[in-house]
Design a protein around this ligand. Structure first.
Ligand code: 4NP
Length: 165
């Protein structure tokens, strides 16, 4: 990554309506709280296309809203081949997402591919799919994402400082 260039991060789950929009919104909130908008570009996508063009699941919108984060403007999209070139870092929410991304990835891709929780904290742990569960599952997923996203921000800030000296 070039100095002064924004680091780009793509959060990826299955449907792009529950977990990855939450990760996108929470990470963006952390970036903005640190006044670091000039240094990070964030987006999210799904490996599946069933919800293309749809807003996030109401339960994700609600849990984010309770924590002061507005997800209503987001729209689901499917991962594309270009994403592997456009993004510095592609983070799958669970190990299935990472395996699907690895299978889709063009040879010689530029972007780094990793599992979100493992990359952020060093502990390999899936962010569980809350889609078929209840509201409690969304709150638990929110808390897990909030903690990991904080670690992710610190890690990437340290890397950026390392690059720029
Ligand atoms: P997400 O959750 O991957 O966190 O967005 C899901 C949303 C929809 C489906 C599965 C998971 N679905 O099967 O439609």
């Amino acid at each position: 990554m070039m100095q002064n260039e924004r680091m780009s991060i793509l959060f990826v789950c299955l449907g792009n309506i529950c977990r990855s929009p939450l990760a996108e919104g929470v990470f963006r909130d952390i970036v903005e709280a640190h006044g670091a908008q000039e240094r990070f570009f964030v987006d999210s996508a799904g490996t599946g296309n069933w919800h293309q063009g749809k807003p996030p699941d109401r339960r994700s919108v609600d849990v984010a809203g309770r924590h002061g984060i507005d997800l209503t403007g987001l729209r689901a999209r499917q991962v594309t081949h270009q994403d592997f070139e456009r993004f510095d870092l592609l983070l799958g929410m669970d190990s299935d997402n990472v395996a699907t991304l690895a299978a889709l990835a063009p040879p010689g891709r530029r972007g780094r591919l990793a599992q979100f929780h493992e990359f952020s904290t060093g502990v390999p742990r899936d962010v569980p799919d809350p889609y078929y569960g209840n509201e409690d599952g969304f709150e638990a997923v929110y808390r897990m994402i909030r903690a990991s996203a904080g670690s992710l921000f610190e890690k990437l800030e340290a890397e950026t400082r390392g690059v720029s000296g």
